[in-house]
Design a protein around this ligand. Sequence first.
Ligand SMILES: [Zn+2]
Length: 367
Amino acid sequence: MMSAMQQQLDFIAYIQRMLVEGDFSATYKFALLHALADISIEKHHVDPQAKLHITFDELVEKFITLYWHQASPFGSVGNDREQLLLQNTNSKKQAKIITTLHDAKLNNINSVSQLMKGNDWKSIRRTTLQTIKDGPLWLLQKLNGKEECFLYPHIKGQPHITLNAGIASCFRRFYDLVVYLAKNAWLQKIQSIKHNQALIGPQSQLHDFLFGFDRNALTKAKPVLVELQSNSCFYCQKPMKNDVEVDHFIPFSRYANDLGHNFVAAHRTCNNNKRDFLAAQQHRERWQKQNLVLNSQHITRELSDYFNCDADKSRSVSDWAYQVAQANSAKLWLAKDSFEQAADLGLYQHSNVELSLVAESKPSYDA
Ligand SMILES: [Zn+2]
């Protein structure tokens, strides 16, 4: 068997080749790469070398989440299709997923979770899956016209793909790099399309538009959290007045998806001081207790119209983030200008995960 280190080197080399040699006419392949990386950290792993099943439902949901913001008119208040950024170079044709999601927005659907609960979900799911199958799923791994199935075998006729042994673990190890490369290639592709250049203009907020978070949606989370925390700051525990902000507990810069259980309410000053750091271990324990154990279902009930609410997913993402921090001996934010090292928390981590897995049953997300 190949050594883990050799596989990691091969993985990086492969991703690099894929971005350089792959034939990308639409942006779907970048989305698929991003999706595979995300799903690899969202699913709980017991054995790091195990194969990972990824269902088509998971892929569809992830695709739609990635494209959701992008299916709005760029930098304009209108709702004109002409203002949508084109995501396809081959023709003047828009990428199918963009028109599908834009149409849903015109029908007053305001979030992915609302879309998934709506009447049109079945047909949107079907067409999106078809798009993925016709496009990136079996083409991503075609390099210079030749199939090289390094990530997953091309076994058609099943409702899932299976990442080869060790691949999910490579995605977890190199998540930042892979997502950075995928986003960057995606952004450049969009910038290279002539139609878009007129829309974007010289000074643009293109990156934030494509990959940023929805500040408006955060305001929905605020009252729920303030109540749940009895109006005290999650970090310093002191009372809050008008200076409340919603903080991404696992920073958005580390994992750029809004999960409903990942929010806490904090003083603006505490939030600004924490910036893009991971919070200290004691905060992590309190967050698990508050959001994943005691109030997990309450949060799902209150926020699932606006955010993806899945406590298991949040837990996996946080486990991953703290594992990486530990491997890197990163600084963890404790309080204003005060930090601890992530190096020596191995024991905690395990017992915590076990504790909270027992304390809570799995939410029925797919029902
Ligand atoms: Zn505070």
